[in-house]
Ligand binder design. Structure first.
Ligand code: HEM
Length: 480
């Protein structure tokens, strides 16, 4: 009997593995690591350690289009400048942004994505809400004092974790901007850590195995469901109060007030998810840019002083050096992959793709390619200055900082406000930040910056630091 069960299992597993590793996403798309079964099995590990290096190596061997089988998901990559265009400019019925989001969230947000005309309405609302200058200025006023509150608190502690602290502060800004100061004061302490945990949990590998309906069976999934429910409950109550007591809320400038006035009570079932997805969309890139920028700039003589001069110029003034540092940091650290999913069988750039295929481009892979950028793996902000070789290169298809096409980032102005005019301004004008631990300068990371990027561990390819966080000591600057 035992022999029968064992041999049946052996045959079942064997045929599953045979099917799994011989079944192609498309007849003319090669697989990374297809030289041998061993190479194929190493793919998820190699991709996990250094996705950008891995993609570059495979591109040399296989060309611009190939499939990466990470076991829990297969992704067809379209690389290079053309790949960026193909994926990011694709029509929704070819490569769908929303289907990608459905896959990522295991169906958790399906009710919003299927609610009336909400996907279209939400895009309009976001654009109106974040592209107008008067709204950006209002968000600036709403968050005055917030960075100071946190820096003052940290300056009283011995030392603090750099990436974690800045991440918290960026989320706090997004809470105030999205939900208003009162909401932040009432619920921030509960919801900000829950939001960070939500982002980490969403990347848990087990969730890629389990259908969304079973997410509650594992701890990461059940935490996600709990946070989502709590967020929804509190946001619904807030919108209900906005409508029941209009005088109490009149004059509010936060995004929830704006979107609920714009779209009305009919959309009350979707506001919770919407605001949560905005915080999710806005947090990682903005938060991770700051520590990486700082870790590189502190090693360049005069760079921090130049930042200090530029943040003092005010919100409207151009900040060429800071901007160049911001771009250069993004060139090296953000957007490992941007995902879409096919809804039906489609042909994209001559390749036939089955329904449900995950497709991605990797702007970072082009941005670190020596045929595009000179000395691609060095942090050199001067390349983006007015007299630099790449002065005009921002938002070209070879360098995609804020996205392209219909899903390009609506939060660019807000990101600059938050990074330059709130966090860095407070930091540089009022505090000194000294690294006191966690760096291995000269040996680790780009240019020996001392830290390596945790590419695939969290934030979906917008890396925090790998391993232990960098420790910094924050002290109040003496008036000079
Ligand atoms: C340094 C900061 C930021 C960077 C580098 C960045 C980058 C990007 C990129 C590359 C995309 C396109 C994603 C894709 O096509 O798959 C995107 C989309 C998006 N970003 Fe940002 N972002 C930043 C900050 C923010 C902020 C602060 C917000 C908050 C409002 C925000 C909200 C969004 C939203 C809602 C989308 C999706 C737009 C859509 O669905 O059409 N981002 N961002």
């Amino acid at each position: 009997m035992i022999t029968l069960i064992a041999s049946t299992l052996f045959v079942l597993i064997g045929s599953y593995l045979f099917r799994r590793f011989t079944n192609r996403v498309s007849p003319n798309i090669p697989y990374a690591g297809s030289d041998s079964l061993w190479d194929r099995l190493k793919v998820p590990v190699e991709y996990g350690i250094d996705p950008v290096g891995f993609l570059a190596k495979q591109r040399e061997k296989l060309g611009d289009v190939f499939c990466v089988d990470l076991f829990l998901v297969k992704i067809v990559f379209f690389l290079g400048s053309d790949g960026n265009k193909v994926v990011l400019r694709a029509a929704e019925d070819q490569l769908s942004f929303w289907e990608g989001l459905r896959w990522l969230t295991g169906g958790l947000w399906d009710h919003s994505l299927d609610y009336l005309d909400w996907p279209d309405k939400s895009l309009k609302s976001v654009k109106l809400g974040f592209l107008k200058q008067d709204r950006i200025i209002a968000h600036g006023s709403d968050t005055v004092g917030l960075a100071d509150e946190y820096f003052a608190k940290w300056s009283k502690q011995g030392d603090v974790p750099l990436f974690h602290s800045i991440s918290y502060l960026v989320t706090a800004h997004l809470f105030v901007i999205m939900l208003g100061e009162d909401f932040y004061h009432k619920h921030g302490q509960e919801l900000i850590p829950a939001m960070s945990q939500f982002e980490r949990d969403l990347q848990h590998p087990l969730l890629r195995l389990l259908p969304g309906a079973l997410w509650g069976w594992c701890s990461a999934g059940s935490r996600i469901l709990k946070s989502d429910k709590r967020f929804d409950q509190l946001v619904r109550a807030e919108v209900a109060d906005i409508y029941s007591n209009p005088d109490k809320h009149r004059g509010r400038t936060d995004y929830l007030y704006f979107t609920s006035q714009l779209n009305g009570l009919n959309y009350i079932p979707v506001y919770g998810n919407h605001v949560m997805s905005m915080i999710f969309g806005g947090h990682a890139n903005a938060a991770m840019s700051i520590p990486w920028m700082f870790l590189h700039a502190r090693r360049v003589p005069g760079a921090i002083e130049l930042w200090r001069e530029e943040v003092g110029l005010g919100h409207d003034a151009k900040k060429p050096f800071l901007d160049a540092c911001f771009r250069e940091t993004a060139r090296l650290y953000t957007n490992v992959s941007m995902m879409r999913r096919t809804k039906s069988a489609v042909t994209v750039a001559g390749f036939d793709l089955a329904p449900g295929t995950m497709v991605a481009c990797s702007p970072l892979a082009s941005q670190r390619n020596s045929s595009v950028f000179e000395k691609p793996t060095s942090w050199k902000p001067e390349r983006f200055l007015a007299n630099g070789a790449y002065a005009e290169w921002f938002q070209k298809t070879e360098f995609v900082h804020f996205g392209l096409g219909q899903h390009a980032c609506p939060g660019e102005k807000l990101a600059r406000l938050l990074i330059f005019d709130s966090i860095l301004k407070t930091w540089l004008e009022k505090y000194d930040v000294e690294v006191v631990g966690g760096l291995e300068e000269g040996t680790k990371g780009i240019d020996g910056v001392g830290a390596e990027a945790a590419w695939t561990e969290e934030n979906f390819g917008t890396p925090a630091v790998r391993g232990k966080d960098v420790r910094v000591k924050i002290t109040k600057r003496m008036p000079r």
